[in-house]
Design a protein around this ligand. Structure first.
Ligand SMILES: CSC[C@H]1O[C@H](OP(=O)(O)O)[C@H](O)[C@@H]1O
Length: 358
């Protein structure tokens, strides 16, 4: 299956070439495919803040490359580059609060710096670490795609209707996607009758990104308003809801795009299975439960306007962009280390004690 998955790959959001970082501006998709180039850590932090690049793993990968850009500038300036680089660590760490992949990537880059031997040139070594983070995420997605397909097939081997939320594709990761990677692979295996994609208000990741990725590959996809998800589960024999994650805590609680929690409650009510697909860089064993996950609230204008044009009355807007789904509403968490069914603290600890499967 791996070869067919690789052959199916079309889209990437992050391009690191000859020391230059280019990001596909996801604010403009699907109508415009515009790449922006970045030379500084501050510039990459702003790109994350503005959601030029978004998606938990993609944010971590972009931040890792942002640190390489920062290191190159600090070394060129001379003086104590280690002290100066702390500013770049800080500005990147402050770009968005919920996706733990950002902090995981920054910590991995810091660990690499701390392992430098006297006299070693830090630049090529830190660049290699960032590239390894990028490639490792893409590899993890290929592994998870196969594990997710096996799980789908375990319960129902024929073509089926699956609902997804937000965008968890190549645009949100180092390539191929997490939940959307499972859906791509399921399509290749003849297991998809139709994907229902929540539009995912207010930023419309589903309408603008997921629909674009799937349509580009001939995956049967229907866009629906977020509020139609319950009706679809009641009337359309949906077998799975499959989503990504931004932070998974030690007990299996999952922070993901706003609206995920109500999907899980509705899925439980209708007997629809609920799968979360995320690499282990999304798992934060330092947090006991989802109660402690910082939930990002973004500018209310994302609700009050569409395409920069005011559509709402002049009122206060509440715009949390993530929510937390308790582990007891989740049937399975699929990672590159393996699958946890009916996640709890003990099973999450067992998962994290395993080596990566690839
Ligand atoms: C593969 S992780 C994608 C994850 O990130 C999205 O959030 P955002 O678009 O705000 O970065 C959403 O929560 C997705 O599930």
């Amino acid at each position: 299956m791996r070869e067919r998955l690789l052959a199916a790959e079309r889209v990437t959001a992050i391009d690191w070439r000859k020391g230059t970082l280019r990001l596909l501006d996801q604010r403009l998709l699907p109508l415009e495919e515009t790449w922006l180039s970045y030379e500084t850590a501050e510039g990459v932090a702003d790109a994350i803040r503005q959601m030029v690049v978004r998606g938990a793993p993609a944010i971590g990968i972009a931040a890792a490359y942002g640190l390489v850009l920062g290191l190159r500038a600090r070394v060129a300036t001379g003086g104590d580059w280690r002290a100066a680089l702390e500013e770049d660590f800080t500005v990147l760490a402050e770009s968005r609060p919920t996706a733990v992949n950002l902090f995981w990537a920054l910590n991995r880059m810091r660990d690499r710096l701390e392992r430098l031997k006297p006299g070693e040139d830090p630049l090529p070594l830190l660049e290699a670490e960032a590239v390894a983070i990028h490639e490792s995420d893409r590899e993890a997605n290929l592994t998870m795609a196969q594990l997710g397909v096996d799980l789908i097939r375990k319960h129902h081997g024929g073509p089926q209707k699956i609902l997804t939320h937000c965008n968890t594709g190549a645009l949100a990761t180092g390539g191929f996607g997490t939940a959307l990677g499972v859906l791509r692979a399921a399509h290749l295996e003849g297991l998809i009758e139709r994907v229902y994609a929540d539009e995912t208000r207010p930023w419309l990741q589903g309408a603008r990104l997921t629909a674009w990725e799937l349509a580009n590959e001939g995956v049967p996809v229907t866009l629906n308003v977020d509020a139609a998800a319950a009706h679809l589960m009641k009337t359309e024999s949906i077998t799975w809801v499959i989503v990504g994650a931004d932070r998974i805590t030690a007990n299996g609680d999952v922070a993901n795009k706003i609206g995920t929690y109500q999907l899980a409650v509705t899925a439980m009510h209708h007997g629809v299975r609920f799968m979360v697909v995320a690499p282990s860089s999304t798992i934060d064993m330092g947090l006991e439960s989802g109660e402690d996950i910082p939930i990002e609230e973004r500018d209310g204008r994302e609700l009050l306007e569409i395409g920069g044009k005011r559509v709402a009355a002049d009122v206060e807007a509440f715009n949390p962009v993530f929510d937390v789904t308790p582990a007891d509403l989740i049937d399975a968490i699929v990672t590159e280390r393996g699958v946890v069914e009916r996640p709890d603290t003990e099973r999450m600890a067992q998962l994290m004690s395993r080596k990566r499967l690839h």
